[in-house]
Design a binder for this molecule. Structure first.
Ligand SMILES: CC(C)(COP(=O)(O)OP(=O)(O)OC[C@H]1O[C@@H](n2cnc3c(N)ncnc32)[C@H](O)[C@@H]1OP(=O)(O)O)[C@@H](O)C(=O)NCCC(=O)NCCS
Length: 160
């Protein structure tokens, strides 16, 4: 069976990456640098995309990344990722960025990001990915919204 013939469910791509925010990640006021979080977001996207493609994957674009609340030293960063949509060789990974304020136990959403990851073959060329299977109504809704974002991305890149 070719890789293109294989399918993969959304739940098989889900990952939760957690990391304690240490003093080395923050500025002098105790606020974690956005770039520290973006690096972990990229890692989370790599895991979810690799679970689908089972080959090398690279980040082609990060087209949405918002921070709605600060992350502080001592917070537990929680990145929940999943593949939302597959094209021929690319995938959109959506990441929900949460923190657990460890001293109070409060958990809140602090941001979100969407990344396009592309699967590569051993020669470094884009290679087909398995088709994504959405199992629930929320996953189907995410798939629809991801499809709209992809159309907009292609329009901006002048490919539609
Ligand atoms: C991403 C990359 C493999 C695309 O190569 P390419 O020759 O442009 O490939 P194609 O034009 O055939 O596009 C392949 C897929 O990538 C998607 N793609 C390419 N550039 C993209 C971009 N800037 N944003 C979103 N998707 C992109 C295409 O839409 C296509 O998707 P599809 O197959 O699902 O329809 C290439 O640009 C690359 O290697 N970039 C560097 C990636 C990297 O190293 N990232 C780590 C940071 S240094």
């Amino acid at each position: 069976m070719t890789r293109r013939g294989r399918t993969c469910t959304v739940s098989e791509t889900r990952n939760i990456l957690m990391q304690l925010m240490q003093p080395t990640t923050a500025n002098v006021y105790g606020y974690v640098h956005g770039g520290e979080i973006m690096k972990l977001v990229d890692e989370a996207a790599f895991v979810s995309a690799t679970r689908l493609a089972r080959t090398n994957v690279v980040t082609a674009s990060i087209d949405h990344h918002s921070f709605k609340a600060p992350v502080h030293i001592g917070d537990l960063l929680i990145l929940k990722s999943q593949v939302n949509f597959t094209g021929a060789t690319s995938m959109e990974v959506g990441i929900r960025i949460e923190v657990e304020r460890l001293r109070s136990g409060e958990t809140c959403k602090v941001g979100a990001a969407y990344l396009t990851m592309v699967a590569l073959d051993d020669a470094g060329r884009p290679t087909p990915v398995p088709q994504l299977v959405c199992e629930s109504a929320p996953d189907r809704a995410r798939h629809r919204r991801a499809q709209e974002r992809r159309a907009e991305r292609l329009r901006l890149r002048g490919k539609q």
